[in-house]
Design a protein around this ligand. Sequence first.
Ligand SMILES: [Zn+2]
Length: 239
Amino acid sequence: MKQKEITLNSLLNEDTIDLNMLNSEEVGNDHLATSMNTPLRADAFEMDDETKIQKIEQHFQSIMEIMGLDLTDDSLKGTPHRVAKMYIKEIFSGLNPANKPKIALFDNKYKYNQMLVEKDITFYSNCEHHFVPIFGKAHLAYISSGKVIGLSKLNRIVQYFAKRPQVQERLTVQIATELKKVLNTEDVAVVIDAKHLCVSSRGIQDTNASTVTSFYGGKFQNAGVKEEFLQYIQLKTEL
Ligand SMILES: [Zn+2]
C-alpha cells in the first residue's frame, strides 16, 4: 500500500497557512487546508436544526431535479429529506459545539505513568472539497499527567471531529488539540491512516493510496517514545 505521511506539528501553532499563491480551485483539488479551525461563520448556529433540515431538503430536491431525476418515483421521493436529516443529525453533526462529547476525567489511581494507546478507532468523515467520504483508522496515545480519561471518550472525540466536512490534516490537529486540552498535557500523539474516496472513486482513481497524518506532542517527540507508540500500532512509516 502506498502511503504519504504528513507530520503536522509545525502547523499547530499557525492558525492560517499561507495559501496566497494558490487560487481556491487549486486549494480544493490538492486537498489543502487553509486553516486548522473549521471555517465556520459567526452565525452558524442561529438557525435551529429543524429549519436547516427543511432548507437543505428543498435545495437537495432542486439539485436532483436539475439532474433530471423524477422525484415522483417512489424510490427517490424521500431522498431530499433523508439526505438533509443525515447531514444535520449524523454525518455533519460535529459542526455544532452543542454535540461535543462531555469529558469526565478520573484520578490516575493505579499511578500508571506509561503511555496509553487506543488504536484502530474506525471513523467516517467527508472531504470538504468534494463532499465524498474519507474513512480510516485513528490511533491515539497519551501519557497521563495525573488524570485519565474513559477509553470510550477517546473514541467519541475522534467521531465528533470526523463528523464535519474535513481535510485529514485538520482532523488530526483538531483531535490532538482537544486531547491536550482535556488531558492537560502536551504528551499526546495522533496518527490517522485514511482513504479518500475523492482520490479512489473519481479524479486520479488510485484505489491503493492511503494518506497518513501524524501529530507528536511533548514526550512523543522523543524518538524512542515515538517508536514505542508506532510499534504498538504496528504502522511502520518513514519518519
Ligand atoms: Zn476531496
